[in-house]
Write a protein that binds this ligand. Structure first.
Ligand code: HAM
Length: 444
């Protein structure tokens, strides 16, 4: 029997648990400050939930098997299809906009590498039931605030903002039908990872001889960084009729989004970058990914609009937008910036117990201090006084309370401040009151 975990899975020792909780707390606090409500969904789902809905790439990475009842099931690789099903099932009774978040573990059979594991946590935040660009802005603002809450600044990360609608307009202007457009967007999505030759070869499979010229078009579009430039580019496209109207209203959506980002303080983190297309099959409009500012490494977070998914799953159409942030790349970045130096929790009190006769009082006091919210530790067997003090210091306890026969007989509580190395006797009274004064005003 091997002592090792499976490749891409992590054992969580307490010191890792402290860091994990620290990350989760920041995620939860940020979501709650935007008034998102927490939900959850099963870890194991029917395989078909992901087939077609999530797209080829994720389906190829599923942990899936047949359960004992002959059902094809999969460990969730992402949250979005489960969320769409949950919301779709109660679409009529939920008050809109629906603003929900989740913190949970996800599983993808990827090649374990820097920033990528087979089991990882995601913070998902989504708004359903609101089609306007202010919902997209709200999520990008939440994404930015979450990362800022860890102490990261504009020099540390950026959000790359793109738009599948603008891409579809551009591809329509090039005369591409819906099927080819989807294939070409998939190729553009992988462009940064593939060589130029590989991209050209893939494009030639769809566009034939015009692939090379199209590559030039793509290169000029993905180089756009400013909105004025973006607007100018799309205004100059040879669009007519309905496509022209769509382009106009889309650029108006962009203005709403960028204005809201400006006002909420998120704009300085956001960069227009149509190089982002997103690999998942369900995205429909604005899409975005957060990266380290240097551009190194895998994404910290990714998301976008998916207005058709709820309808496809449940028949009830509902606009939706959201993102997920992973704990792996985020943890690496925080560590690199020395922002994950989280202190291990330490006890407030260690009870130093003279012997079996004194233990009864110590247990009683421990119970009332713990019930009042203090962290209390004591030895689980008879140990010499000296060793108990040494242990208390090693555990980083703030105070020791000494339970010797003398203290009990004379009705005092002897408290040692382990930081100051100073001991004080208090008349035995309500220990919780004493604890409050010790933490409030210090040792008298
Ligand atoms: P995603 O881009 O596949 O989007 O994943 C979002 C984030 O999860 C990534 O940016 C990364 O931080 C983390 N992540 C993904 N795969 C791994 C892995 N193998 N190891 C470590 N971290 C990973 C989604 O999952 C969408 N469902 C997000 C979404 C929510 N869209 C709308 N709402």
């Amino acid at each position: 029997m091997s002592c090792e975990t499976l490749p891409g899975f992590r054992a969580c020792y307490p010191e890792n648990g402290t860091r994990r909780s620290y990350i989760f707390e920041h995620w939860r606090t940020a979501a709650e400050s935007f008034n998102f409500q927490e939900y959850d969904a099963p870890v194991l789902e029917p395989l078909e939930l992901y087939i077609e809905k999530s797209g080829e790439e994720i389906v190829g990475q599923l942990f899936h098997f047949e359960d004992r009842g002959g059902r094809s099931v999969a460990l969730r690789p992402e949250m979005t299809p489960s969320l769409a099903r949950l919301v779709g099932a109660k679409a009529n009774s939920l008050k809109r906009p629906i603003k929900w978040f989740n913190i949970g573990e996800h599983y993808r059979y990827e090649r374990p590498q820097k920033g990528r594991l087979r089991a990882f946590y995601q913070f998902n935040a989504d708004i359903l039931g609101e089609a306007g660009a202010l919902a997209d802005a709200e999520l990008i603002a939440l994404l930015v605030q979450t990362l800022e809450s860890f102490g990261l600044g504009a020099g540390d990360f950026k959000v790359r903002l793109s738009d599948r609608d603008l891409w579809l307009l551009l591809l329509a202007a090039e005369g591409m039908d819906a099927e080819n457009s989807a294939t070409v967007l998939g190729i553009i999505d992988k462009m940064e990872r593939n060589s130029r030759e590989k991209t050209l070869e893939l494009l030639a499979g769809v566009l034939g001889d015009s692939a090379e010229a199209f590559m030039e078009t793509v290169a000029s579009v993905v180089a756009i960084r400013g909105f004025a430039e973006l607007e100018q580019y799309f205004k100059a496209l040879p669009l007519e009729g309905a496509l022209l109207e769509t382009a106009k209203s889309r650029l108006a959506d962009w203005r709403v989004l960028l204005d809201a980002l400006e006002h909420s303080g998120a704009a300085s983190f956001v960069e227009i970058d149509l190089g982002i297309v997103r690999g998942l099959a369900y995205y429909t409009g604005f899409v975005f990914e957060a990266f380290e500012a240097t551009g190194e490494g895998r994404a910290l977070a990714g998301g976008g609009r998916y207005d058709d998914l709820v309808g496809k799953l449940c028949g009830q159409s509902m606009p939706a937008v959201g993102f997920a942030m992973g704990d792996v790349t985020l943890g690496d970045l925080l560590e690199k910036k020395s922002l994950l130096e989280v202190a291990e929790p330490t006890p407030d009190f260690v009870l130093v117990i003279g012997g079996p006769a004194e233990r009864a009082q110590a247990l009683k006091d421990a119970a009332s201090l713990r019930a009042a919210g203090y962290c209390v530790e004591y030895p689980l067997k008879e140990v010499a006084f000296g060793k108990q003090f040494k242990d208390a210091n090693q555990r980083g306890a703030r105070f020791a309370i000494i339970y010797g026969s003398e203290e009990l007989e004379s009705g005092i509580s002897k408290v040692r401040d382990l930081e100051a190395g100073k001991e004080t006797d208090y008349p035995r009274a309500d220990l919780v009151e004493l604890a409050e004064s010790l933490f409030g005003e210090g040792l008298q």
